[in-house]
Design a protein around this ligand. Structure first.
Ligand SMILES: C[S@@+](CC[C@H](N)C(=O)[O-])C[C@H]1O[C@@H](n2cnc3c(N)ncnc32)[C@H](O)[C@@H]1O
Length: 334
């Protein structure tokens, strides 16, 4: 049974989030709002409240809701791709329309990858990835304290131990995740260009960044590439891209999979020069910030706080270079 058949009003789309339905009712149909709401509850028997939505606004991307019908209360629990998500539909951003995108991305994650979600909301990307790839380490950062509190609760609800929720401004938090990420997911199309330059610090040796952007529907790839080029400031390749939705007549939302690597980074020549100097001792010691790793230290903590991590006698995957104790003494490193 379709909503249109029940109401004779040309409203076809609405969202079901747990036991809440959210629908956009234009002003001219407000006298029919209750009929529309009742029709929705006929189609979806679980729905206890129907709210009229307003556009998303502000930094937290939340929207004001008006109760049209049913029992008030904006908190609910929904299930998406097998993940339970508790949230308040008015106090946090959440869209069930992105569930297919989340599954597409989660399927790409490889064992043991480090995944950063700088605009995590209540955790729909982070939690699904953590569940589908239990060996991955997932970190979500979110500014809205209410969303973070639900995100933390959702980690427990889904009994996951490989995901961490951090409250903070993603731009400022990046310094704590320097060179850490194998994947970065940036579901913030409105401000993507503003934030792209900030996430550079977190880009690991080889990293895929998922950039959500509003682009001209006629030239999505060209325009996406241009916008990323202007704001990322690193060399990159677009390895995949998909349309997510039509935003307006000429504008669509796309997700671009952007591959970048430390090999493309401006610091890489300095790292290479340092390795060369370690090997040969020729010329001046390159002016690079380095740390020496010992097996009792967390390698990633060191990577987060320096541009080069050196192993002496001990090898571990992820180190920038390893030399013998004898050579380290000769070069005056220890
Ligand atoms: C479009 S929503 C996406 C939320 C979530 N990833 C999802 O798909 O449901 C963008 C999120 O970024 C958060 N946000 C905005 N500015 C932020 C910042 N500077 N640092 C961290 N999070 C931020 C908002 O509060 C919002 O929850």
């Amino acid at each position: 049974m379709k909503l249109r058949d029940l109401t004779n009003v040309p409203i076809t789309s609405f969202d079901i989030i747990g036991d809440i339905a959210i629908v956009w009712v234009p002003d001219q149909y407000m006298d029919k709002a209750k009929d529309i709401a009742q029709a929705i509850t006929k189609i979806h028997k679980r729905v206890r409240a129907v709210y009229r939505k307003n556009p998303v606004e502000g930094t937290y991307r939340t929207r004001k809701l008006e109760l049209i019908y049913g029992t008030p209360g904006t908190e609910t629990i929904t299930k998406e791709n097998g993940i339970l998500l508790k949230l308040d539909v008015e106090k946090v951003f959440y869209s069930p329309r992105m569930s297919t995108d989340r599954l597409n991305i989660a399927k790409k994650i490889k064992p043991f990858e480090h995944v950063l979600v700088p605009f995590a909301g209540v955790g729909p990307y982070a939690l699904l990835i953590a569940k589908m790839e239990p060996t991955a380490k997932v970190v979500g950062i979110e500014l809205n304290p209410v969303a973070v509190s639900y995100f933390k609760e959702n980690i427990k609800l889904n009994k996951l131990s490989n995901v961490t929720a951090i409250e903070g401004d993603a731009s400022k938090e990046m310094k704590n995740w320097r060179r850490w990420a194998d994947r970065i997911i940036m579901p913030i199309p409105m401000y993507a260009e503003h934030f792209l330059k900030d996430i550079r610090e977190a880009v690991g040796k080889k990293c895929y960044i998922y950039v959500y952007l509003f682009v001209d529907s006629k030239n999505p790839l060209e325009e996406g590439k241009k916008k990323i080029e202007q704001s990322l400031g690193m060399k990159f390749l677009i390895t995949d891209y998909r349309k997510l939705r039509s935003y307006s007549k000429d504008i669509d939302e796309y997700v671009f999979e952007v591959f970048t690597s430390e090999d493309f980074s401006p610091k890489e020549p300095l790292r290479k020069a340092f390795i060369e100097w370690l090997k040969t001792g020729k010329g001046e010691k390159p002016n690079i910030e380095y740390k020496i790793w010992t097996p009792d230290q967390d390698l990633w903590d060191l990577k987060r706080t320096s541009d080069f991590v050196l192993g002496i006698d001990h090898y571990k995957e992820g180190l920038d270079y390893v030399i013998s104790k004898e050579l380290a003494k000769k070069r005056g490193i220890i």
